[in-house]
Design a protein around this ligand. Structure first.
Ligand code: NAD
Length: 420
């Protein structure tokens, strides 16, 4: 394998920045590239623009040592890593414009011996499309498109599966799935990741690696959809869903997940669409799961409205806004969607409690809703819509919430008469 010394990473977000800092801390020279000038400036000053434990210290260290530099434009390197956003558009179709722009920005910089790695979550065939784009524009580089395994530039896919909040540890310890467009591309990428990954670097093809990542999130979405569907069935027959799940899970081969107000975040709620878009005639369970999970949010809104309309003078605590417990991330959050809907309809009667945010998001504030601590809300409100299972909410003793009419979408207050 050619000597690897210089790495260029495109995209300095939640994935690209920790990856850049980690690789720089292993004695390699890293150029971090981002199209956002403020991001480039912040990182160049040794600071960070995202919230992730221990990342600030590591970035400060590698920037001050000169191992990590930043720019808005890529420069030649031995390895290029693409870690740019891959969202869906309003029709739930993958938007690969950032990936395409990233490839366009490096294609003229490539030289024989280079390795190009896509880390962004991507639809099946994206890595091959990148290889083809490079091949079309730089035919002399022979990027494995001729059916022979003799690429001068190697192209591979290696998805990221880290958990925000534990990114630096998981970058090192998680197993990685690596698929090149040819076996020698896979081997070269494996050897590169082995320079800083302690987990296994499992080899496969580019297409399989793309689908592995999508499968992980579609599997979660489908299992949550089962739980959400079950919660609606229990509701109809006036059966406690939490009890049903707890007892069913005593079966040694059953593990029903917990229902909630829907599915949020930028991965589980998004990635299944990449499969559905590729094979709409086949991905029927995945599409239905997306619909079930989206519809669960609508059902929670309807139940909340029915309860609130029965109590015309009550104040309502909306407990939690984030897309899952104990984080500050609001992306695609069903809790936010419920709160926003209720805020639009009931205005200042709504009191939002979100211990992980310092201030109320503007789109809620403009409806005049209150922003309270949980203790203030317990005094001020007669109704509580529990939307996120934050630790702060789990710890509230029954005596402090006995007076409330509750819709508990996460099943953490099951010691009182509750609606799921
Ligand atoms: N955040 C996670 O927990 C996570 C986990 C697994 C996979 N992923 C996937 O990793 C990819 C990156 O996600 P993220 O959370 O880091 O996104 P992010 O939005 O935090 O960061 C992406 C960065 O890329 C920059 N960018 C966009 N186009 C660019 C270009 N052409 N050249 C250089 N920079 C460019 C953006 O300005 C942004 O700063 C996505 O595909 C995502 O689905 C993310």
């Amino acid at each position: 394998m050619p000597d690897i010394q210089n790495i260029t990473i495109l995209g300095l977000g939640y994935i690209g920045l920790p990856t850049a800092a980690l690789i720089a801390s292993r004695g390699l020279k890293v150029l971090g590239v981002d199209t956002k000038e403020d991001v480039v400036k912040t990182v160049a000053s040794g600071a960070i623009h995202i919230s992730e434990p221990d990342l600030d210290g590591l970035v400060a260290k590698v920037v001050s040592s000169g191992a990590l530099t930043t720019s808005t434009a890529p420069r030649p390197a031995d390895v290029f890593i693409i870690a740019v956003p891959t969202p869906i558009d309003e029709d739930n179709r993958p938007d690969l414009s950032s990936v395409n722009a990233a490839v366009d920005s490096i294609v003229e910089l490539l030289s024989p011996g280079n390795l190009v790695i896509l880390e962004s979550t991507s639809p099946i065939g994206t890595t091959e499309a990148i290889a083809k784009k490079i091949s079309d524009r730089r035919p002399e580089l022979q990027v494995g498109m001729n059916g022979k395994d003799n690429s001068a530039v190697h192209v591979a896919y290696c998805p990221e599966r880290v958990l925000p909040g534990q990114i630096l540890t998981e970058l090192i310890n998680n197993d990685r799935c690596i698929g090149g467009i040819t076996p020698s591309c896979t081997r070269m990428a494996q050897r590169f990741y082995k320079m800083f990954v302690r987990g296994a670097c499992v080899a496969t093809t580019a297409r399989a690696a793309e689908l592995v990542k999508l499968t992980e999130n579609a599997f979660r979405d489908t299992n949550i959809a089962f739980a959400n569907e079950l919660s609606l069935i229990c509701d109809r027959f006036d059966i406690n869903v939490w009890e049903v799940i707890d007892i069913a899970n005593r079966h040694p081969r059953v593990n029903v997940l917990r229902p909630g107000p829907g599915v949020g975040g930028h991965c589980i709620a998004v990635d299944p669409w990449f499969i559905i878009d590729s094979a709409p005639d086949l991905a029927r369970v995945m599409r239905t799961s997306r619909e079930v999970n989206t519809n669960k949010t609508v059902r929670i809104i309807e139940r909340a409205e029915a309860l609130i309309d029965d109590h015309p003078y009550a104040n309502i605590a909306c407990c939690g806004l984030t897309f899952k417990a104990n984080i500050d991330d609001l992306r695609e959050s069903p809790a936010m969607e419920v709160a926003l809907h209720l805020a639009t309809k009931y205005g200042e009667r709504i009191k939002v409690v979100e211990p992980n945010l310092k201030r109320l998001p503007d789109k809620l504030a403009k409806h005049g809703v209150g922003f309270m601590t949980i203790d203030e809300a317990l005094h001020a409100c007669e109704i509580a819509i529990l939307l996120v299972d934050h630790d702060e909410f789990r710890m509230i003793p029954l005596a402090s919430r006995r007076h409330l009419d509750v819709i508990d979408t996460r099943g953490i207050w099951q010691d009182m008469p509750a609606r799921t």
